[in-house]
Design a protein around this ligand. Structure first.
Ligand code: FAD
Ligand code: MG
Length: 320
């Protein structure tokens, strides 16, 4: 098996996020092709610029359907399905609220309650109408906006894994700003850090994984403070305000990174107890909850090996 000393790292900034690629061969050309692939998906999916296929749909809201490419259609279909799970906190139509709050962007501020209430009425996932035959998407009401910020990095991480495999790489890791997908099994597995919330570069512990994705969503990733209160970027689609419960972060270990990206949001909405109960039906997906009370709670832990570092956190194996 290859040893860790032969790992080569390549980095870029794309999608407003630091991107890290690790390969077991020195291959600048392959790294450039991977970053180009990520950029192509960013250009299709971004809502942070005036033009992209998703923005074309948003600009036509309440007026006409827009035909999009197959990957964009499939990702939107997948995001809509996740949004329609009973009680789902995931909502692909959350765009108007994300744009109003601007959390993580210049000008972030708490909107007036009336604004939030009226924007909520144009965030219904049922109003994202898909036409399979024409590969087109219509937003039923004017002002609606799709936002794929909670799923697109997971989708892209899986495409990078598939591309590396096609190019003959059997070991690799891509980190899209906290969405990690790994390829193969180096000696000892891939060691992925579990971040300590609100403590820049400190870790709670490490997870060793092989051929697995590790996705973390945290309240500490993007937030602002106003009048002594912290407002983070994962919004509760039922209230229009940031999700407020016992959690600082949720990490999902799963085969596919798109599942990790969806389920971190679902778990944020459910909290520890309901989340663990829901995951009993999904042995292919495991959650690591980090609570404000400095607990680390696993839904189960068959897919990874966890090592706790000594820094004030304690592990509870499972509440199940
Ligand atoms: P996650 O928890 O996975 O997702 C949170 C994000 O999803 C929020 O930021 C919001 O966009 C959205 N969201 C909030 N609540 C919900 C909900 N209930 N249901 C569904 N979605 C929700 N950042 C920049 O600063 N500049 C850029 O130019 C930029 N371009 C990007 C382009 C692309 C294609 C993508 C995918 C992301 C880009 N981003 C950019 C980052 C983006 O704005 C989000 O901050 C990021 O995707 C959040 O990822 P996460 O894993 O931290 O959080
Ligand atoms: Mg997500």
């Amino acid at each position: 098996m290859p040893s860790a000393s032969r790992v080569y790292s390549y980095s870029a900034v794309l999608m407003g996020s630091p991107i890290l690629l690790k390969l077991f061969s020195h291959d600048e050309a392959l790294a450039s092709r991977v970053f180009r692939l990520i950029k192509q998906y960013e250009d299709l999916l971004t809502v942070n610029r005036a033009q992209s296929q998703v923005m074309d749909i948003n600009h036509a809201a309440g007026r006409h359907p827009v035909t999009v490419s197959q990957p964009v259609f499939e990702l939107i279909r997948c995001a809509k399905t996740a949004s329609l799970y009973p009680g789902s906190a995931f909502n692909l139509a959350i765009g108007p609220l994300v744009k109003r709050w601007k959390i993580g962007f210049k000008g972030d501020t708490v909107p007036p309650a009336d604004d939030i209430a009226s924007l909520l009425s144009i965030t219904r996932p049922e109003d994202v109408l898909l036409d399979e035959a024409n590969s087109s998407v219509l937003l039923a009401k004017a002002g609606m906006e799709i936002d794929l910020g909670a799923i697109a990095k997971g989708y892209i991480a899986d495409r990078v894994r598939d591309y590396l495999r096609k190019e003959g790489a059997d070991l690799g890791l891509i980190n899209l700003g906290g969405n990690i997908q790994t390829l193969g099994s180096p000696e000892g597995g891939w060691s992925v850090g579990l971040k300590k919330p609100f403590a820049a570069d400190e870790l709670i512990g490490t997870m060793d994984v092989e051929n697995m994705s590790v996705v973390t969503s945290g309240t500490y990733e993007r937030y602002f403070e106003q009048d002594g209160k912290r407002y983070h970027h994962i919004l509760d689609p039922r209230t229009g305000y940031p999700l407020d419960n016992e959690l600082d972060s949720v990490t999902i270990v799963s085969k596919n990174s798109i599942d990790g990206d969806i389920w971190t949001t679902l778990m944020f909405g459910m909290g520890v107890e309901k989340g663990c109960a829901a995951l009993r039906a999904r042995p292919d997906i495991e959650a690591i909850f980090v609570t404000k009370a400095k607990e680390v709670i696993f839904s189960s832990s068959h897919l990874f090996r966890f090592t706790l570092l000594d820094n004030g956190y304690r592990v509870t194996d499972s509440i199940a």
